[in-house]
Design a protein around this ligand. Structure first.
Ligand code: 5GP
Length: 206
């Protein structure tokens, strides 16, 4: 294993969860670090699996105990990575995956320089919007806010070592590229963005 910490981000609606699920099947050493959040659970989400769903008071109590590796406020809710389980995973020989937004990612990049960072992106703006709407669990207001946040986040992909495209119907390729980056530190896959400036420019006027 080339890397033992994966910082894994992507704009909302880029298919992060799906790609990661497949990557974990291919590489069982990858372990999702379960975050704490004050956001309400979506249908089908389970406490302790997708997130630890907590109240603001509980979140702030953990923060006061210095219990987070990183934390942030995103779209009106708090999110944070509990420190204890994260370091335990490394001690147990697993590769913790921090599926977090860019603000928290930046905090971890500074704290733990040995990390690997991957930013997952949809191929274009239209695909991003379609995926966000297709999820069907958000209100129109929430979709608009998340679309704005997603676009802003895309431009923060510059912070990351690698940008990987999740094309429609190519989840397997994206997942394999992520695993190759963790295991070998490189991938020959064409889903890895090589001309990053040109790629970002294609989103500029959307
Ligand atoms: P969602 O509400 O859609 O599950 O997540 C919203 C955003 O928060 C996503 O970009 C997700 O990756 C990010 N996120 C989830 N957990 C954490 C965390 O512990 N810390 C940070 N900084 N971001 C998180």
């Amino acid at each position: 294993m080339k890397h033992n910490i994966l910082i894994y981000s992507g704009s909302a609606g880029c298919g992060k969860g799906t790609v990661l699920k497949r990557a974990r099947e291919i590489c069982p050493a990858l372990r999702l670090s379960v975050s704490m959040t004050t956001r309400a659970p979506r249908e089908g989400e389970q406490n302790g699996r997708e997130y630890y769903f907590v109240t603001r008071e509980e979140f702030l109590a953990t923060l006061a105990e210095d219990g987070f590796l990183e934390h942030t406020e995103y779209c009106g809710n708090f999110y944070g990575t509990p420190k204890k389980q994260f370091f335990q995973m490394i001690e147990d020989g697993f590769v913790p995956v921090l599926e977090i937004e860019t603000d928290g990612a930046e905090q971890v990049m500074k704290k733990l320089p040995e990390h690997l960072s991957v930013f997952l992106t949809p191929p274009d703006f239209a695909t991003l919007e379609a995926r966000l709407r297709g999820r069907g669990t958000e209100t129109e207001d929430s979709i608009k806010r998340r679309l704005g946040a997603a676009k802003e986040e895309l431009f923060r992909s510059e912070l990351y070592q690698n940008v990987v495209i999740n094309f429609d119907n190519r989840i397997e390729d994206a997942a394999r590229a992520v695993v190759e980056l963790v295991e070998m530190g490189e991938t020959q896959s064409d889903v890895l963005v090589r001309d990053r400036a040109a790629f970002l420019a294609s989103f500029q006027n959307q």
